[in-house]
Design a protein around this ligand. Structure first.
Ligand code: CTP
Length: 375
């Protein structure tokens, strides 16, 4: 069994595993087209152990290799490096393990990683060969189940894209959502939990900030390009505010009359999962106006671009440019939403095939699921 473990010095890890106030936990997955379901699993796992009284919870996130995902579900849409970059930027993740095969998580593996508990959503995966991925740790009473987030998954996102693009006429072929909810539910409490810093740190207040940095955008299907811009933008001030355009605004101004793949609230929950983001404006105005800048006490506006993207911009940024508070940043990753879209188009037939198999599994989980409380 081979994998790469990105961790602090082993001495520190050992110290943590001996400390009765610290718990080390593992949550593994494919984390392809990383979405609110993935983020919510990481968030819940961390919170659950804090609720049990631990003072420190160390989250080790495990990520399956491209090859393992291809064999189990079909080729991933994002490469190992891209999936890892997003996971690394997630505020509930402390260490990560890459290139994991899709095999049973053994007690020996949990011990090697010095994790006391292994966590997963209540959709328990079965490996090729028929054995449960978590049977061994369940037997040892070292498994913690989490509420799987309704209305979203990699499969459901692909299904939305297939339907939006009209790649399949047939529900079955497309992996149509059937009785599944069409989006993740977003309660005020869920939004608040995502906005909160991990652990027991108090949230940063915009009113206490000396320099608010504002990054407006769509942030549909979060990718390493977004991550790179947010990481750089955070260094420009002491409060990072992301402006998210509403689904209607995106449909009118971009996307040739098509809404984004993810709803405004799904996009907001994903952006709030990034470790540098302090708050979001839900339904931000398309143009950055004087009134917006004054109301939110914004000192710096960021315009992010993928490397090689065209320099022209519309009237959107006229005001911050005139005020000389516009900073243009280039992402360190070549990926952009457009490049991701082209990648999906290039393998549309394969995606339709993958999804008819995966959606069947997902609908069977949905019809059989029971209530699991969310942490
Ligand atoms: N997860 C979740 N809620 C979702 C989707 C995933 O809690 N809506 C959890 C899973 O239970 C698992 C982790 O996220 O603990 C990683 O799951 P993964 O298999 O990568 O994600 P899916 O989106 O379910 O992928 P697919 O649709 O390809 O099966």
């Amino acid at each position: 069994l081979h994998f790469y473990w990105h961790r602090p010095p082993l001495e520190l890890v050992e110290q943590q595993s001996r400390d009765p106030d610290t718990v080390r936990i593992l949550l593994n997955g494919c984390f392809d087209l990383m979405h609110v379901g993935h983020f919510n699993a990481l968030r819940q796992a961390k919170r659950l152990f804090f609720q049990q009284g631990y003072k420190k919870v160390v989250m080790v996130a495990g990520i399956h290799s491209d090859e393992a995902i291809s064999n189990q579900k079909g080729p991933p849409m994002m490469s190992n490096d891209e999936r890892t970059a997003i996971l690394e930027a997630t505020k509930w993740v402390d260490e990560f393990v890459t290139q994991l095969p899709y095999t049973q998580i053994s007690v020996q593996m949990a011990d090697t990683l010095r994790v006391k508990w292994v966590c997963h959503g209540d959709d328990m995966p079965v490996c090729r060969g028929g054995h449960g991925m978590y049977s061994a740790v369940v037997e040892e009473k070292r498994f913690q189940v989490l509420k799987r987030t309704e209305g979203i998954s990699t499969t459901q996102i692909i299904s939305r894209i297939i339907q939006q693009q009209g790649w399949s006429q047939h529900q079955g072929e497309a992996g149509g959502a059937g009785e599944a909810l069409s989006s993740a539910l977003c309660t005020a409490q869920r939004l608040q939990q995502f906005a909160a810093p991990p652990g027991d740190r108090p949230p940063k207040q915009l009113t206490a900030a000396k320099r608010v940095v504002y990054v407006p955008g769509i942030f549909d299907l979060i990718h390493p390009g977004h991550v790179s811009i947010l990481r750089q933008a955070a260094t420009l001030g002491d409060f990072l505010l992301v402006g998210l355009y509403s689904d209607e605004t995106v449909t009118v101004h971009r996307n040739h009359g098509k809404p984004p793949v993810l709803t405004l609230l799904e996009r907001a929950l994903a952006v709030l999962s990034m470790r540098w983001v302090d708050d979001v404006v839900l339904g931000a105005p398309w143009n950055v106006t004087d009134e917006l800048l004054t109301s939110m006490n914004i000192s710096c506006v960021v315009l992010g671009r993928a490397p090689g993207a065209s320099q022209e911009d519309s009237d959107q940024f006229l005001v911050p440019r005139r005020r000389d508070i516009l900073t243009e940043l280039t992402s360190c990753f070549a990926i952009s939403s457009e490049a991701l879209k082209q990648r999906l188009i290039a393998c549309s037939a394969e995606l339709v095939k993958r999804n008819s198999k995966m959606m069947e599994k997902e609908l069977s989980y949905i019809s059989g699921k029971g209530y699991v409380p969310e942490a």
